[in-house]
Design a protein around this ligand. Sequence first.
Ligand SMILES: NC(=O)c1ccc[n+]([C@@H]2O[C@H](COP(=O)([O-])OP(=O)(O)OC[C@H]3O[C@@H](n4cnc5c(N)ncnc54)[C@H](OP(=O)(O)O)[C@@H]3O)[C@@H](O)[C@H]2O)c1
Length: 305
Amino acid sequence: MKKSNWSRRQILGAGLALATAPRLAITAECENMMSKTIPSSGELLPVVGLGTYNVFDVESTPAEIELRRKIVELLTRSGGSLLDTSPMYNRSEKIIGDIVGSGTDRESLFLATKVWTDGKDAGFRQMQRSAELMQTNVIDLMQVHNLRDTALHMETIREWQKSGQIRYSGLTHYTAGAHAALGREMKQFKPDFIQINYSFGEREAEDRLLPMAKDLGVAVLINRPFQSGALFRAVSGKQLPDWAEEFATSWGQFFLKFIISHPAVTCVIPATSKTQHMIDNLGAGMGVLPDKAMRKRMSDFFASI
Ligand SMILES: NC(=O)c1ccc[n+]([C@@H]2O[C@H](COP(=O)([O-])OP(=O)(O)OC[C@H]3O[C@@H](n4cnc5c(N)ncnc54)[C@H](OP(=O)(O)O)[C@@H]3O)[C@@H](O)[C@H]2O)c1
């Protein structure tokens, strides 16, 4: 599926990399992005993707499209593939379509969107519209956004999976208050994926949902990995601890590697509108991951600041 991946050295060496990009440690043994397995198919999915909420909701002007095309190119050339969007994110699906239409290899992308409306007919039309806007015949992952009318939309998603227009099904939410409902629906509908909130600031998924997804063989995407930016504000002016330098060279990588190293997590989808932040986030998919003892140390450290 992937073509001509770039190593970390190449990402930083290319004209796309900015002088302000965070330093990425270069190791010979692991230069391309790590992947994890989608349990329902055995397909490998790279561990860092890209969220598009707000950051892709822009006018389709040449300059706006070009900036996002560069961000997506950084993702795909480092071995990543997943873009997460939704009809709820206004112009985001259209911008993704602009990027696909501007020559980006569709095969290098794993397009995840959502259905966010009431009623079967409206859901069907919305899914058709998403495919049109993103300029694709096949949507890789169709998720029921915030559990809105799940039963009806899952019927349509299953039909489209049979006809080959959708590859994977999913359910999403972004608040801990909905985790119990999401757990019930995961058991009832057995989606290929769930997408939930999990970060240093929101640990609730560790209690039930993440172990449940692992037991049921459901892939997990993580949204709000930076709590929509709040985690950066929490560490503002603070130094990354020395002991973290073996696996992270920035706070962004520290936050993302904590998430990726959870055994139930398949892929994390930080949002950004900046190439230097994309480069930073991609670094979290490379090198070593913290083990259980290191995760505890990271957690204790974050709790202390
Ligand atoms: N119900 C749902 O299904 C649901 C709900 C929420 C989110 N989501 C999905 O999850 C994605 C991620 O969540 P989110 O957008 O809420 O927030 P997030 O990814 O936790 O945080 C995004 C914020 O972090 C900043 N940022 C990104 N990388 C950075 C870096 N390396 N250093 C410093 N700042 C950085 C971004 O600003 P810059 O643009 O300046 O980089 C942006 O303000 C969404 O875009 C969406 O695709 C889904």
